[in-house]
Design a protein around this ligand. Structure first.
Ligand code: FCB
Length: 415
């Protein structure tokens, strides 16, 4: 690895939708806007935006449900489509980083082989076997985006597909996802032996007690921090996943993921405060609070750049290079967006100066897109999208990011 990767991140479904995905029928927003930004057709013009920005890397995902719309049907045009994106990036000197799984599934998979069924692993790997050899020239891979978010929202809260509220099934699902990661890791290295770099993208947050003087809040924050941020890291180091929930016995399960990371992808956005509330599930209440005056974003998330340092420091114990695979802010206010970016990149630079091996920063996101439970209102894009005309409109934040890349690159070049 040599160049510091300055990138932007997207995911296929959030930009292009898919007629065959589980999320398509999950959310009313998508009945009115099934193709979201119509990136599937407009990808060439969107890739030009990357050139305008001056990024040297681009993280995007391939939409499994377009590639395998039915269990026994592969759409080769869809594979070619993603292959073409890779080719365009390579021709332009932009490093592709491909996410294989970013929250969505083909409907047939979701209905018949959801992640809590052990057969899910084999079904997912058939897709990986098909797509990985087709994407020649890709070095950076992310097998799963935010496995914990997928399982917590889909199996504990039940607010996203598959919409189940059952924590034991959730833990089985998480195990199968991690087993799939391990197999996909070997598969990718088998196919692209020389220089492939594989990771997951793990969502990490700063987690703090609501009231520092309250021992229950402090205990909750500590348990949450271990589970949400750290248990996955420990599982990569030891092969054992320890799940601790408040007022429950610890569960330890074996997961074959030791030595299956070439770098570690960190998605960081915010800090969350926790408090003990006996009327809530497991006694946990969570809230974003604007304590340090950093403000809240349109997602209601606290702007807390210091948290990025905390999570990077912790992740550095994995002893692999770190890449910030997502960091961004939903706001229509460009000044706020610029401020957010600058303060987080400052933290990245400080961490590098302190000896933490950070090799890249990807801003989420290139253009406004479909933000899951928030629909089309959360504006993360460097380019604004007019969802009626589909026009992409450059913002000052885009200009600022280009400037940031140019002005900071010298200090962050060779590692
Ligand atoms: C992350 C997701 C990404 C996007 C951002 C805002 O958790 O990985 O798809 O929605 O949040």
């Amino acid at each position: 690895m040599n160049r510091f990767l300055w990138g932007v991140a997207t995911s296929a479904f959030q930009l292009e939708g898919s007629p065959y995905a589980d999320w398509t029928s999950w959310d009313d927003v998508l009945n009115g806007k099934p193709d979201v930004t119509n990136h599937y057709a407009l990808y060439k013009q969107d890739l030009l935006l990357l050139k305008d920005l001056g990024v040297n890397a681009y993280r995007f995902s391939v939409e499994w449900s377009r590639i395998q719309p039915r269990e026994n049907a592969w759409d080769h045009r869809a594979i070619d489509h993603y292959r073409e994106i890779v080719d365009i990036l390579l021709e332009n000197g932009i490093e592709p980083m491909v996410t294989l799984h970013h929250f969505t599934h083909p409907l047939w998979f979701a209905k018949r082989y959801p992640w809590h069924e052990d057969v899910s692993v084999g079904k997912f790997l058939r897709f990986v076997e098909k797509v990985v050899p087709a994407l020649k020239g890709v070095r950076y891979w992310i097998t799963f985006n935010e496995p914990y978010v997928l399982v917590l929202a889909g199996y504990f809260e039940g607010c996203t597909p598959p919409g189940i509220r059952n924590s034991s099934l959730g833990i089985r699902a998480l195990r199968n996802i991690l087993v799939s990661h391990a197999h996909a890791y070997s598969l990718i290295h088998g196919e692209h032996p020389a220089d492939s770099r594989v990771s997951v993208a793990h969502n990490m947050a700063a987690l703090a007690p609501w009231h520092r003087w309250n021992p229950f809040d402090t205990l909750l924050a500590r348990i949450a921090k271990y589970f949400y941020n750290h248990s996955l890291l420990d599982a990569f180091l030891t092969g054992i996943l320890r799940i601790t929930f408040p007022f429950k016995k610890e569960t330890a399960i074996e997961v074959p993921i030791r030595n299956t990371l070439d770098y570690f992808g960190v998605n960081y956005y915010t800090r969350v405060h926790m408090r003990f509330n006996p009327f809530r599930k497991m006694g946990v209440e969570m809230r974003h609070r604007d304590i340090d005056g950093g403000g809240l974003t349109d997602m209601g998330w606290e702007v807390y750049p210091k948290g990025l340092e905390k999570v990077l420091r912790y992740a550095s114990k994995l002893n692999v290079p770190l890449i910030i695979t997502e960091n961004g802010i939903a706001t229509r206010d460009c000044q706020k967006k610029i401020h957010y970016m600058r303060r987080h990149v400052d933290v990245v630079e400080k961490c590098i100066r302190d000896g933490i091996d950070v090799r890249g920063y990807f801003y989420w996101s290139l253009i406004d897109n479909y933000e899951w439970l928030q629909g089309l209102d959360a504006r993360f894009g460097l380019y604004r999208v007019d969802f009626k005309t589909l026009e992409r409109i450059p913002t000052n934040a885009a200009a600022y990011y280009s400037y940031l890349i140019k002005s900071r690159s010298s200090g962050l070049a060779e590692n």
